[in-house]
Design a protein around this ligand. Sequence first.
Ligand SMILES: [Zn+2]
Length: 174
Amino acid sequence: MNEHLNDSSSSVLIFPEFETPINDRAVSGEVSNNLTLPSSSYGDGSDPWKNLEGRRIVNMRHIFNSIQLINHKGFECSFRDLEFLKEGRKGFISTFYFACKICGTKVTIDSEKDDNDININMAIVSSIVNIGQGYSQLEELTATLNMPNMSNRMYQETHTNIFNHFNDIAWKEM
Ligand SMILES: [Zn+2]
């Protein structure tokens, strides 16, 4: 019964309690003020590009804006001076971590703005529910698309949050 989200799918969803800013998450192994930043000094020492394989869903406008805004005071640094360190993922939301090889400044670029009313995780779960499918179909879909999937736990939590939200709206409209 809680699968029927179709009727209210045009409503704007806002879940402030659900959207934890991705930048708040702990970043392990970061080094600041270090002008030489070998990849091996981050994370588990493996090649950071390896974990970046496959596809992602990103907001291109946000990515391009983020790249164009890179401006390190006193230096002429640009995106080409950044070394990719690692990717942090919260479901389908990615944060890409870089360090500037010239001045050592750390830069993060998110796959989308974190003030989206409906972030990609909510959009994915809503889509899957709206077409009458579940987590195992999402697994199949992401595997075929060569895209990292969200965990089953996050899927269920997101599903519950969306359902509660529509439930609240339904009660208020009665
Ligand atoms: Zn720089």
